[in-house]
Write a protein that binds this ligand. Structure first.
Ligand SMILES: *Cc1c(COP(=O)(O)O)cnc(C)c1O
Length: 404
């Protein structure tokens, strides 16, 4: 197989390309058949020319594939494309977003270590920190993500790893990534950023000082609601020393088929995210004025409590919004049940508009007190805005609101 023309020459090769070109052509490895669309290599193992070659490959003395838990050609194309999109040295893809994020935060730690994270976090990430890490002798503490004094105090008390999600589930809270990165550098702590809601199109955590970025590629990267996948990005040295041994032996590998679906999704990600963000901003404004709505949260609306943070580090407001209904859970349910175009679904980042009630679905494992600590109560609905026409969506939302 040959690399894309130009190789790594920064003038002619992929590193000299603009982002849209990287997303369409980055990582392409053509087989002898000259296919235009990337090939799916559905194979678990690889044949060696000789026993000597098998020995050399296994010992890492000769380049080449050995087993698809370690890597496969299709996954490698996706990894290379993601490196180019993110501006990272190394990427490994996994079978789900949680496969990536759990590996990103567990592989670097040992008993006695201490983790600091924001209270507002994706439910499963919070579960790992609050329930699994203490069983391994790792302490996890949660701070209000917008409270810089709290970050400073807790990181200074001793901390090996910080996990940030911004905007965060479900109310799109913001954390100042560059400011927390500075504190991490001073303390020698690893900064891991879950960049799922923002996507690499809108927010660039490596440029803000993050050490590791983790993604659920299930969301905007596939972007069409088909497969689960995840990705970890960091520098080449840290990847080979810390993450590669973990990923090879623990085994959260990405199926070549799923890697291929995400590769194709990346080709249209920028177009989709920009268009979906424009519609999300419009919908947020349209519903904010409705008398049944108590509050709207959209990162680039001035009434978002973390507007300044989001404005500073995110190119646009993104594809998600949240709204609080004056009538609480009963009205939130009536609104969801009244939608005719948007689906009720806890997934996000899809071309189809999806709405859910976080208190009883994505965040149901948290007690009312834990939900309250992140500003969540039963009046909130989260919306992931898709690619449908903005006029149709606005009519759908206003129609469902008129029924509450
Ligand atoms: C969905 C999601 C995850 C988990 O990803 P899966 O692909 O569902 O495993 C992690 N973090 C955030 C912010 C998410 O939205």
């Amino acid at each position: 197989m040959a690399d894309a023309p130009g190789g790594d020459d920064p003038e002619q090769g992929p590193k000299g390309w603009k982002p849209a070109t990287r997303a369409v052509r980055g990582g392409l490895m053509r087989s002898q058949f000259g296919e235009i669309s990337e090939a799916i290599f559905l194979t678990s193992g690889y044949a060696y020319d000789s026993a000597e070659q098998a020995e050399a490959r296994m010992a890492g003395k000769e380049e080449g594939f050995v087993y698809s838990r370690y890597g496969s050609p299709t996954a490698e194309m996706l990894q290379e494309r993601l490196c180019l999109i993110e501006g990272a040295e190394a990427c490994r893809v996994t079978g789900s977003g949680m496969g990536a994020i759990s590996s990103a935060i567990l592989a670097p730690l040992k008993a006695g270590d201490r983790v600091v994270a924001a209270t507002a976090l994706f439910g499963s990430c919070r579960w790992i920190l609050a329930n699994q890490m203490p069983r391994f002798g790792i302490e996890a503490v949660f701070v209000d993500g917008a409270d810089m004094a709290a970050w400073e105090r807790e990181i200074a008390r001793g901390c090996q790893l910080v996990l940030i999600e911004s905007p965060a589930n479900p109310l799109l809270d913001g954390v100042d990534i560059a400011a927390v990165a500075k504190l991490c550098r001073k303390a020698g702590a690893l900064l891991v950023v879950d960049n799922v809601f923002a996507t690499p199109v809108l927010q660039r955590p490596l440029e803000l000082g993050a050490d590791v970025i983790a993604y659920s590629a299930t969301k905007h990267m596939d972007g069409q609601g088909r497969v689960l996948a995840g990705a970890i990005l960091t520098n080449a040295k840290y990847m080979s020393e810390v993450y590669d041994p973990w990923l090879r032996h623990v085994g959260p590998a990405c199926s070549p088929f799923n890697a291929w679906v995400v590769l194709k999704g990346l080709e249209t990600m920028q177009l989709r995210v920009e268009a979906q963000s424009r519609t999300a901003a419009r919908l947020a404004d349209a519903i904010a004025a409705h008398p049944a709505v108590a509050a709207v949260r959209y990162p680039h609306r001035k009434d978002h409590p973390h507007y300044e943070i989001h404005k500073k580090q995110m190119k646009s407001g993104g594809t998600l919004l949240a709204m609080s209904l004056k009538g609480g859970q009963a009205e939130a349910f009536r609104f969801l049940n009244g939608l005719k175009i948007a689906d009720i679904c806890n997934n996000l980042g899809d071309t189809k508009t999806l709405a859910c009630h976080p208190s009883t679905t994505t965040h149901r494992a948290l007690s009312d007190a834990e939900q309250a600590a992140m500003g969540l109560d039963r009046s909130w609905v989260r919306v992931s805005v898709g690619l449908e026409d903005g006029d149709d969506l606005e009519a759908d939302f206003l129609g469902a609101l008129s029924a509450v």
